[in-house]
Design a protein around this ligand. Structure first.
Ligand SMILES: *Cc1c(COP(=O)(O)O)cnc(C)c1O
Length: 372
């Protein structure tokens, strides 16, 4: 038996005829650009997240860029971003014109450390871009206190947190706006690229709607400097039919994570899971463990041995943003974010997807036991 890192066919096979039907209905309708399925999906996803407006865009990266811009963030503004996020968070902020200011993480949760963020505040700091990494939200109460005391915009990168919850608050509803990605392997994935901006503020929604469509509020009248970053109707149609399954899939992931937690407890002198502070509100986009210094094998050795035995894993992410070759112009260097740097060498993402069985999990854990 082998265990893949993700298996999207498990969610697509049962939906195959519905997907065909949905795609063909758009083809027959012919409303490929900003068609009915996009509007329907925007409303449905916003409502499911407890937010008023949803604006479908072409990717999560674009959702960050256009969403920040619509919140009034741009040139000369500094935005606080965790150093251990996927690079697209930084790219989105740069595309809005803002300057990314990187912040170290809490190694137990891998989430942005708000105490470290407080030390990075300058008169130019305008926003915090918290990343709900791996599917666990940054504390909403913590973010509210922080933003209030420093007078900042909160714009969530919720690309890994579709319908996540913490402290009774849903992802995407904490601050002025939030960005999501529907990259195929996300908890809610399109059959290609896609994203959405969520906001409760009509003015922000209106701006994003304009930016994504050439800056036009009316055809051929361009009131804003816009771009072409729309969510395709074909993708909207697929997302619409997947959305009712999302909370079930998230529940599957959370249960699988609890199984991992239990089974891995026997190895806790060598390996510990990233700490879950949100209970069932953690939607486990990824199930990530840390390989501790006491382990007889390091992370790379463990990954190789698992691969040799047919178990695929991932590393999210092996290089922190400040050490990426293209981002040296930000002015950081080795040692600037020591906790993120250490974490990048310790983390390993185990197989995680809806439909992962108890047998799969038992095999992953027994294989870990055997090689350690
Ligand atoms: C996937 C992801 C993005 C980017 O989304 P795309 O749709 O690939 O542009 C941004 N931030 C995080 C944390 C992500 O995981």
């Amino acid at each position: 038996m082998t265990v893949p890192f993700v298996d999207l066919s498990l969610q697509h096979q049962p939906l195959e005829s519905k997907i065909q039907e949905a795609l063909m209905s758009v083809v027959r309708q012919g409303d490929f650009i900003l068609g009915k399925a996009v509007t329907e999906f925007e409303s449905a996803f916003a409502a499911a997240s407890g937010v008023k407006y949803g604006i479908g865009v072409s990717s999560g990266t674009e959702a960050i860029a256009l969403g920040l811009h619509a919140c009034g963030i741009g040139e000369r503004d500094e935005v606080l971003i965790p150093a251990n996020t996927f690079i697209a968070t930084v790219i989105g902020a740069l595309r809005s014109g803002a300057k990314p200011v990187l912040i170290d993480c809490d190694p137990a949760t891998a989430l942005i450390d708000l105490e470290a963020a407080a030390k990075a505040i300058t008169p130019r700091t305008k926003a915090i871009l918290p990343v709900h990494l791996y599917g666990q939200m940054v504390s909403p109460a913590g973010l509210h206190d922080f933003a209030k005391s420093h007078n900042l915009v909160i714009f969530e990168d919720a690309a890994q947190a579709h319908l996540a919850e913490r402290e009774g608050v849903k992802a995407g509803s904490i601050g002025q706006g939030a960005a999501y990605s529907f990259y195929p392997s996300k908890n809610l994935g399109a059959l290609g690229n896609g994203g959405i901006v969520l906001t409760d503020e009509e003015a922000i929604a209106k701006k994003v709607r304009s930016y994504r469509n050439y800056g036009a509020s009316k055809k051929y009248v361009h009131e804003e400097l816009g771009t072409n970053s729309r969510l395709d109707t074909l993708q909207g149609a697929v997302l619409n039919l997947k959305l009712p399954h999302l909370s079930g899939w998230n529940g599957d992931r959370n249960r699988a994570a609890q199984n991992y937690d239990k089974a891995l407890a026997a190895l806790n002198q060598f390996l510990v899971p990233i700490h879950n502070q949100s209970g069932t509100g953690h939607i486990y986009h990824l199930y990530v463990i840390r390989v501790l210094p006491a382990s007889p094998l390091n992370r790379d050795e463990i990954q190789q041995k698992l691969r040799d035995r047919g178990i695929q894993t991932g590393i999210h992410y092996p290089i922190p943003c400040h050490l990426q070759p293209a981002y040296q112009f930000l002015g950081y260097g080795e040692g600037d974010f020591p906790r993120s740097e250490t974490l990048c060498k310790e983390i390993l993402s185990l197989p995680m997807y809806p439909g992962l069985t108890e047998e799969n999990i038992a095999l992953v854990v027994s294989t870990l036991q055997e090689i350690l």
